[in-house]
Each structure stands twice: as C-alpha cells, then as structure tokens.
Unconditional design. Sequence first.
Length: 120
Amino acid sequence: MASTPTPQEDRFINQICSNTKTDFIEITEDKLENILIKFIRDFKNSNGWLAPLSIFLSMLVASITADFKDFLTIPKDVWCAIFYIVVVLSFAWFLVKVVVAISKREKVKIDYLIKKIKNN
C-alpha cells in the first residue's frame, strides 16, 4: 500500500510503501517448548555423522601407517587386530548416522519448524 509523503518529506521521499501483512501465530509455551526440543534433537542427529567419520578416518590412517609393536604385554598382532576392529566398527557407526541424518533432513529445515508451530 503506497501513501503520499507530506510536503516537508516531499523533497527527500518519492513514495512510502508498506508491506507489513503477516500471519499471526498463537501457541502455548509448553507446546512451543515441545516442538523446539524435538527440532533441536533432530538437528543434533542430522550432524551426528561427523564424530564417527573423524574416528574412522583417524583410525584408518593409523592402521595403514602404523608399525605395531608389542606393548603392555599385548602382542603386535593383537594391537593390529584391535585397530582394524575399531576401523570397521566406526565405519558401521558412520553409516548408521548417515542414514539417520538423511532420514531427518526434512525435519531440520526452518520451513518444517514453522509448519509444526503453525500446526500444519
């Protein structure tokens, strides 16, 4: 909606435009809190693949480049096996977290949060 400026403003302003129509959302505090708690949980789950990936890559590089030796009365072959087991387990953990992140990708968007708050 446009309005005409006053004569004093006329020197500096050609036109005033107003675009302030918006939706009004009315919600109780406890319902909003529940929606935000779920959103934050899903948001954290969507980034949960970073730690397993870091562990996997670190252990993979260590397993490939390390020269294992007997230590703490544990033979070098056992140390090597432990590292390979951790590599496999961290990769499996990484895959699980990637699947979770992919399944939650729609729930961590702002549009989804607004729809939940609006109860759509």
